[in-house]
Write a protein that binds this ligand. Structure first.
Ligand code: OGA
Ligand code: NI
Length: 380
């Protein structure tokens, strides 16, 4: 056990969790101003609710400074995909390798125009940076609302708060009416969603082929039906060694497509090492979610990832997640391991579940619950 004490009795007691976290979290929530509000107030130290004990230990531990193996997140070039033939086979094979060993990869020449990506991130920035009164009406924790804004969706259920605010939007299958969007980012959300949906369709075809299935298999299971977009804002952090922008987690849906800005900061856990996903111009980051790991019976991996906080910023990112959110009538469609992928040697590892059950676990336990799939494991 590494000692986190720095000899300051007040800070020591905070590190031991001896302060009224609940009331400080409530005060933070009541401000509705998020982490951005704290940053604007000119804080030079982060409030105790943001201290991440485990991360501080990691930063202080000797192991962190030891030489670590150099890994590079795979980059897959979609150039020539439309030609089909051997080029398509090549790309499918690269995707298969990346999904089996990393669960994460970066894609270039994916077809989403550069100006759409740039303007998308700008408009997320503009949403978060507009005056407080304009953001306030969207502040909510009602998971059935189509457009919401808050800081830490799991604020009341996790032991540590992340240095991040987010704007959430259900984009498919039932998007908000145009007037329900924040006016400042409406056009870009709609435009970007169209492009990312197109890329998602292509991705599910390629993933199906990578599994040896018909290209339409995953789409036929409705994997591409739901799209949930989250625009994150990570303000500059005065003490980035004491907190995270996004705690370690896996994504709950089928697939994620992340657009991060030039500050980087996303890390992936690979062979027990945190590996940076560096900013790569014109790229999008693709990752496997828990539901796709379940469908593929562990063939494709949903991998832990996190975002570090930085002294510089703000950092802006946009996550596009293929999964249905809570919406009108709960989603009772069930998903289990794909029959074609099972055999005597490879029996089903998971039972069937549905998106509502998965999301209830995510929202009730928060990012703190790091083993989502264990809930569905069969006892054999
Ligand atoms: C997420 C996520 C990463 C990022 O929204 O689930 O992991 O770069 N985002 O913001
Ligand atoms: Ni994520």
């Amino acid at each position: 056990m590494v000692d986190t004490s720095n000899g300051n009795p007040q800070e020591d007691s905070i590190m031991q969790g001896e302060y009224d976290r609940r009331s400080e979290v409530e005060a933070f929530e009541d401000s509705k101003a998020g982490v951005k509000g704290l940053f604007d107030a000119g804080l030079t130290k982060i409030p105790p609710i943001f201290l991440d004990k485990q991360y501080i230990l990691e930063k202080n531990s000797a192991a962190n400074n030891a030489a670590t193996p150099q890994f590079t997140v795979p980059v897959i070039d979609f150039e020539g995909l439309e030609l089909g033939g051997s080029r398509r086979v090549e790309i499918v094979n690269m995707i298969k390798d990346a999904c089996e060993s990393w669960g994460f990869f970066q894609v270039i020449n994916h077809g989403v125009p550069q100006d759409v990506m740039d303007k998308m991130l700008q408009s997320i920035r503009h949403f978060h940076e507009q005056e407080f009164e304009a953001k306030k009406p969207f502040h909510s924790r009602d998971i059935k609302k189509k457009v919401t804004y808050n800081s830490n969706f799991d604020l009341f259920v996790t032991p540590t708060t992340n240095w991040r605010d987010s704007l959430y939007c259900i984009m498919a299958p039932n998007p908000p009416k145009p007037e329900e969007f924040p006016q400042i980012c409406r056009d870009m959300m709609i435009k970007y969603a169209e492009h990312v949906m197109g890329l998602g369709y292509t991705m599910f075809e390629l993933l199906s082929e990578a599994l040896g299935l018909h290209p339409d298999h995953l789409k036929g299971m409705d994997c591409a039906e739901g799209l949930y977009m989250i625009g994150h804002y990570y303000p500059p952090c005065p003490e980035p060694d004491l907190t995270l922008g996004f705690s370690s987690h896996t994504d709950s849906g089928f697939l994620g497509i992340v657009l991060q800005d030039q500050l980087g900061g996303l890390q992936v856990l690979h062979q027990d090492v945190w590996v940076d996903v560096p900013f790569l111009p014109a790229s999008l980051i693709v990752n496997i979610g828990d539901m796709l790991q379940l469908l593929t019976n562990d063939k494709f991996k949903s991998v832990h990832h996190r975002v570090v906080a930085k002294q510089i910023g703000p950092r802006i990112s946009l996550g596009s997640f293929f999964r249905k959110h809570f919406h009108e009538g709960s989603d009772s469609k069930t998903y289990g391991p794909i029959k074609e992928l099972l055999s005597k040697e490879k029996p089903a590892i998971y039972r069937e579940t549905n998106m509502t059950e998965v999301l209830m676990i995510r929202y009730n336990k928060g990012l703190h619950e790091s083993t989502m799939l264990s809930h569905f494991k069969l006892q054999n």
